[in-house]
Design a protein around this ligand. Structure first.
Ligand SMILES: Cc1cc2nc3c(=O)[nH]c(=O)nc-3n(C[C@H](O)[C@H](O)[C@H](O)COP(=O)(O)OP(=O)(O)OC[C@H]3O[C@@H](n4cnc5c(N)ncnc54)[C@H](O)[C@@H]3O)c2cc1C
Length: 548
């Protein structure tokens, strides 16, 4: 039990995930400030979080996961898709696949062109570098003094190597580093790991900061809403939060700012629960309107993922099979004593970026190769040996939304990504499946004597491939955009380029929800970069005596 009534802080950061942990750590480097980080989940104690191979079982641990489900998706045979999100210190960086990818330089220049002034590639690169401790040392693209360890994998499976070697057969390059200018090709991913263990934002940023006297980290505290004061003739302003802990509600006051870092689902949910959002919707669910902001919860984007899967006769890869047990026994000893071997693998070891026939200059497809058979995000056990190539459409044009189900914070919001509602996304996905197939049929895989079972060799026409996608595609876990950053002239922009909520003082949003459009890649590194930048904005305002 925390002594809530005695607490008051300069800054309250809501959500201890990729962005929130980074932000709270950076703010509390200034010892003159008091900072409180509030996390709905518990401490990141479970060993499966820290052992990279543990990712194969993480979706089964209910208590570190929000276990969201989307609304039925009309273009995916009316299926509700499972959306795991981290609910523990480190947030989704404690349950993710650890692939370290920033996206294309063009992605950030595109943000700027859309109205996110000051967020072009040259503006954001210093913050990627600032966050990073790159194993191979600093250079123009990488940093070596930051808290986030970025390493090569300590172990790669022969099947993943066969995937990378296939590049030459399909006219692609082999790349050593996807985080440079040229990233078209196949290769192994760099991973957020340190010493063979996961390096989440909690490990990178909170561990070194947690003994600071000016940083309070509160876990198992579910924030229910931001407290907003309305003053006649002036902007409303945030002055604290309402939080539930062990079944009781408390309030906490913020002297300077409340900062939402609750992720692309929960940040817009919290804004709406606090009366900030589309007026008609708030009235419909019975929330008192404090600020009509039509963009809150809109502009939801995500990477949809289809898997081409093979079964193989040769016993290679990470199988669920009795015959694999001796291998796992040796691997556990190897990991226990040396932090090496199979258990240091993130499973999604290799991948790449390629152009579909519809691409506009830069790769619009991303691959993740898994030397294992995967069904239902690992929640379903599939016996036997095999491998699969995940393909996703990097720049979907479909736009979805998050809406409140009720005015109660405990109720999961409606999550409707509206996958494939734009016809161009369909075309890119179909071409992506064809290209993935070509790779898995390369001679480099021949020695494993494999056979495709998804989509299945009889599935050849565009219509049949689309039917397969509708039946089987899932998320690859990159929701963004629901509190998008944009120019004053954009009525759908929720935050400005300093991440301040429009029309509400002392309130910012700092997480994946502020991205105006998806980056061409995974979203952990960009979420951390956003928080690194935000920390500077907040500290500059503090130094100049300005509020949010
Ligand atoms: C299974 C999975 C695999 C992924 N793989 C990769 C990968 O390999 N590489 C990559 O770059 N990206 C990956 N991602 C995506 C990446 O991890 C996320 O984009 C990133 O973590 C988002 O950061 P965030 O700070 O916006 O949100 P999060 O990290 O999700 O943090 C939000 C935090 O807020 C807390 N919170 C929410 N609501 C409340 C509330 N009301 N009160 C208090 N606390 C609250 C949550 O519990 C959570 O800790 C993956 C994601 C998942 C789920």
């Amino acid at each position: 039990m925390y002594p809530f009534n005695q607490f008051e802080f300069d800054y309250i950061v809501v959500g201890g995930g990729s962005s929130g942990a980074t932000l709270a750590s950076r703010l509390s480097e200034n010892t003159a400030l008091s900072v409180c980080l509030i996390e709905a989940g518990g401490k990141d104690k479970h060993p499966l979080i820290h052992i990279p191979f543990g990712i194969s079982l993480l979706t089964r641990l209910r208590y570190i996961n929000w276990h969201y489900n989307t609304t039925p998706q009309s273009e995916l045979d009316n299926r509700s898709l499972f959306w795991p999100r981290g609910r523990t210190l480190g947030g989704s960086s404690s349950i993710n696949a650890m692939c370290y990818i920033r996206g294309a330089t063009e992605d950030y220049d595109h943000w700027q062109a859309l109205g996110a002034e000051g967020w072009g590639w040259q503006d954001v690169l210093p913050y990627f570098r600032k966050s990073e401790h790159f194993e191979h040392g600093a250079d123009e693209f990488h940093g070596s003094d930051g808290p986030l360890s970025v390493n090569d994998l300590r172990y790669t499976n022969p099947l993943s190597r066969a995937f990378v070697e296939a590049a030459g057969h399909v006219g692609e390059k082999v790349l050593k580093d996807f985080n440079r200018q040229d990233r078209t090709g196949l290769g192994f991913y760099q991973v957020t790991q340190r010493g063979g263990q996961r390096c989440s934002s909690a490990k990178a940023y909170l561990k070194p900061a947690r003994k600071r006297k000016n940083l309070t980290i509160m876990t198992d505290c579910h924030v229910e809403k931001v407290l907003i004061k309305s003053t006649e003739g002036a902007n409303s302003s945030a002055h604290g939060i309402q939080v539930s802990h062990q079944g009781m509600s408390y309030t906490l006051n913020a002297r300077r700012e409340v900062i939402l870092s609750a992720g692309a689902i929960n940040s817009p949910q919290l804004l709406m629960l606090s009366g900030i959002g589309p007026k008609a919707h708030l009235e419909q669910v019975g929330v008192e309107v404090k600020k009509d902001l039509p963009g809150v919860g809109q502009n939801l984007q995500d990477h949809l993922d289809a898997i081409v899967q093979h079964r193989c006769k040769v016993r290679e890869g990470y199988a669920v099979a009795l015959s694999a047990l001796p291998k796992y026994a040796i691997a556990s000893v190897n990991y226990l004593f040396r932090r090496m071997g199979i258990f240091s693998s993130n499973i999604a070891e290799a991948g790449g970026f390629v152009k579909s026939q519809h691409a506009n200059g830069i790769p619009d497809l991303q691959y993740h190769f898994l030397p294992a058979i995967l069904e239902d995000h690992g929640r379903q056990i599939v016996m036997g040996y095999g491998f699969g190539l995940h393909v996703c459409c990097l720049y979907p044009k479909s736009r979805g939304e998050i809406k409140l189900r009720s005015k109660y914070a405990a109720d999961h919001p409606h999550i409707d990504p509206k996958y494939l509602t734009h016809p161009d996304d369909v075309k890119v996905m179909i071409d992506g499946v064809r290209k993935a197939r070509d790779i898995l049929n390369c001679p480099t895989f021949r020695r494993y004597q494999s056979k495709e079972f998804y989509p299945g060799t009889d599935i050849q026409s565009d219509d049949d491939i689309l039917a397969f996608i509708r039946k089987k595609a899932e998320t690859i876990y990159h929701p963004i955009g629901t509190c998008k950053m944009g120019a004053d002239s954009d009525p759908m922009a929720v935050v400005d380029n300093k991440l301040k909520v429009r029309g509400v003082d002392n309130l910012r949003v700092v997480d994946a929800s502020v991205m105006p459009t998806l980056v061409g890649g995974n979203t952990n590194a960009p979420s951390i970069m956003i928080a690194e930048r935000a920390a500077e904005f907040v500290l500059q305002d503090y130094a100049s005596g300005r509020g949010a």
